[in-house]
Design a protein around this ligand. Structure first.
Ligand code: F6P
Ligand code: MG
Length: 440
């Protein structure tokens, strides 16, 4: 499973892999411990002594994991926790990384392994088996995003009821809302306050226009030339973060159905808590129920929009227009170059799609094998089987750049930006929208 170029690794002290491993992950882990602490604190130990005891053990185990990482310890196999993907992880570990430590193994592997280790600690317990240590944070982000959520609910209502809008303009607008939703993921923005979040989520046409020059490659027009001829097709979203990003993705998905381009939309979510904020089925349900149950601070007028939206989305699910799917491949340590060999059924399935939209940074890293490509490498060259397989579907990457890998840039961009901002590639300020036609 060797990448076509040198893999990104935390041994390079100038890399974002190094910053992540050294500074970001300890914060993420500490927050997970705090979360367990809070939940455990509310347990009545006289009534649930075993659950409380397990909570304490979980905190110790996660703290130990942090210690191993910070001491650059060698990686160890993951203990059998009865989950279906345990062998996949341990096979990859044994074949490629058993002599490696948290810095010398590939960054893609260590980061996936980190979240899988946390999962394993919980999966082995009796009372915390299905506990998501990031759920609280995801709940908070929905509450903090209420202003933008309401704005968008009104906007989509207007777009759907007024047929005179130019569809091409709407397509660009909604795709960009879905794109910029990716700027607010919780694993990167560890210290955000409400104002910052509101700023990041400003969605009016002017704000979008201003952000447009931050999109370094924009293939939306190429996609539009194809999609505008679609009638009632299947479209897939390989989703990323819950909360506001998911909401923006669903607004886009809603419009694709309403405008007649899609008749069914597959929404691929994560089977386990993943990279802090990725969408699980609980997160999906939480978003829908927050729209329905009036828990967001909204006026009674605004609540009507939210309820209307929730009702329509609920109907999509009931009528199989929106189909939620999860597959352990999405939380495996493999890059998508290995999709067909590692998850043949999944590959066959998504090959039936007329467009697969990959959201976010991690999906992008996995599409391009998370290695050191020259930034001018054509997108097509970096996406492996999505360019080479006979049945490969058209794909679109909507990604704000949060890791030091990027391809498909025009000559000179890297030099220009590097001279201005050392962290441009991973600051999340810049984005790419990249499309490949597929071979169907
Ligand atoms: O830490 C690695 C990373 O991929 C970052 O580059 C990014 O900040 C985060 O994880 C997840 O980003 P996203 O939610 O966009 O996949
Ligand atoms: Mg994510």
């Amino acid at each position: 499973a060797n990448p076509p170029r040198p893999a990104l690794k935390a041994t390079d002290e100038k890399s974002f892999a190094f910053t992540s491993t050294t500074y970001r992950w300890p914060i993420i882990i500490t927050k997970a411990i705090d979360d367990i602490y809070k939940t455990r604190h509310d347990i009545d130990t006289s009534k649930e002594p075993e659950k409380a005891k397990e909570g304490k053990d979980i905190m110790d185990s996660i703290a130990l994991l942090k210690y191993e990482m910070q001491r650059k310890r060698q990686l160890t196999p993951i203990e059998d926790d009865g989950e279906p993907d345990i062998n996949t992880y341990n096979e990859v570990f044994t074949r490629y990384f058993k002599e490696e430590n948290w810095y010398s193994a590939s960054w893609l592997f260590t980061e996936c392994y980190l979240y899988r280790r946390i999962r394993s600690i919980l999966a082995k317990t009796k009372y915390w088996r299905n506990y998501d240590p990031f759920f609280r944070q995801k709940e908070e982000i929905i509450k903090a995003s209420f202003a933008a959520i309401i704005e968008l609910a009104k906007r989509i209502d207007e777009l759907i009821s007024n047929q005179n809008h130019d569809k091409k303009i709407l397509f660009h607008e909604l795709a960009q809302i879905s794109l910029w939703g990716n700027a607010t993921d919780l694993s990167l923005l560890t210290n955000l306050n409400y104002n910052d979040i509101n700023k990041l989520q400003s969605i009016d046409a002017k704000a979008l226009e201003q952000s447009e020059n931050k999109i370094l490659v924009n293939d939306l027009e190429k996609l539009w030339n194809k999609l505008s001829h679609y009638q009632q097709k299947r479209i897939d979203f390989v989703l990323d973060n819950a909360g506001f990003e998911l909401y923006g993705d669903l607004i886009f998905a809603d419009w694709l159905i309403q405008a007649g381009y899609a008749s069914e939309i597959y929404l691929h979510i994560k089977a386990i808590p993943w990279f802090v904020s990725d969408t699980t089925s609980n997160d999906f349900n939480l978003l829908l129920s927050s729209l329905k149950n009036g828990s967001l601070s909204a006026s009674s007028d605004e609540k009507i929009y939210l309820e209307k939206l929730a009702k329509r989305w609920q109907e999509y699910i009931e009528n199989n227009k929106w189909i939620l799917k999860s597959d352990y491949f999405w939380t495996s340590p493999y890059s998508y170059w290995h999709l067909k060999e590692q998850a043949p059924e999944l590959f066959t399935d998504i090959s039936k799609s007329s467009l697969v939209i990959f959201k976010g940074d991690l999906n992008y890293r996995k599409l391009v094998y998370d290695c050191k490509w020259p930034t001018t490498t054509p997108f097509k060259e970096a996406i492996g089987l999505f360019a080479t397989e006979k049945s490969a579907p058209p794909i679109l990457a909507l990604r704000t750049s949060k890791a030091d890998v990027i391809v498909g840039l025009p000559e000179g961009i890297e030099e220009r930006l590097s001279a201005l901002e050392a962290d441009w590639m991973y600051s999340g300020k810049y984005a790419v929208i990249q499309f490949n036609e597929g071979n169907q």
